[in-house]
Design a protein around this ligand. Structure first.
Ligand SMILES: Nc1ncnc2c1ncn2[C@@H]1O[C@H](COP(=O)(O)OP(=O)(O)OP(=O)(O)O)[C@@H](O)[C@H]1O
Length: 222
């Protein structure tokens, strides 16, 4: 469960260029819900996702993920929390193009104390779920946009995180690959994942698995 209470994010606070990106956000996302976070560009969706993932800290307010208060976690604890709980798929996928698919997917496992066999089992399982196992030895730079997204999904799944966050997952995809992403959502549902998708793509209206739509405007929920 993700609980957000009176959350604010103010950039450049008390400076001339102060900007309130998130304002008094109160929100609850239950376990296994698949939630759309909608709003035009600049409404604060990415900022909210990055705070949920503990990549950024809020200016004030509380955020509780599975009973853990993460707003003020020191950086090292925040990265352990992220590794264990959160799978984050960035809009531009953030893959390392000089590495192959397998190597990219195994990167989150490096900090875990696992042997080669355990790593292989986890990577292959994630590649299979994301439907990209057939490209495991290919360099990421040779993949199509849809394939890169599937690698990013596999990397998000490899630590078995229960919460998956997607930032504009269809922004770099054509129609066919966007529809394939809707199918992938059904498999996340079957796996019991909690999913938050920041988007302004109307294609998600076709999905049967969305349990809630949250609308944002100018940093506020509407
Ligand atoms: N580090 C920062 N410093 C100052 N302002 C920032 C910073 N990061 C984000 N902002 C501002 O906060 C607002 C919200 O940005 P955010 O990226 O969360 O929007 P978004 O809804 O995800 O937009 P998009 O759909 O274009 O990704 C924007 O006006 C942005 O310029």
């Amino acid at each position: 469960m993700i609980k957000i209470k009176n959350l604010y994010k103010i950039f450049n606070q008390n400076k001339k260029n102060e900007f309130i990106a998130l304002q008094d956000i109160n929100l609850e996302i239950k376990k296994e819900e698949i939630v759309l976070l909608k709003g035009i560009s600049g409404s604060g969706k990415s900022t909210l996702l990055s705070i949920i993932s503990s990549l950024q800290k809020p200016t004030s307010g509380d955020i509780i993920v599975d009973n853990e208060h993460i707003a003020k976690l020191p950086d090292l604890h925040a990265s352990f929390f992220r590794n264990k709980k959160i799978g984050y798929v960035f809009q531009d996928f953030n893959l390392i193009s000089s590495l192959n698919v397998y190597q990219n997917v195994m990167t989150p496992l490096i900090v875990q104390n696992l042997n080669t066999k355990q790593i292989e089992q986890k990577v292959l399982k994630a590649l299979e779920i994301a439907n990209i196992v057939h490209k495991k030895e290919e360099l990421v730079s040779n993949l199509s946009g849809g394939e890169k997204q599937r690698v990013a999904i596999a990397r998000a799944l490899v630590c078995d995180a229960n919460i998956l966050l997607f930032d504009e997952p269809t922004a770099n995809l054509d129609k066919d690959n966007s529809l394939k992403f809707l199918e992938a959502l059904e498999s996340f549902k079957a796996l019991g994942k909690t999913v938050v998708i920041a988007t302004h793509d109307s294609i998600f209206e076709q999905s049967r698995v969305i349990s809630k739509v949250i609308n944002m405007q100018n940093g506020k929920l509407i």
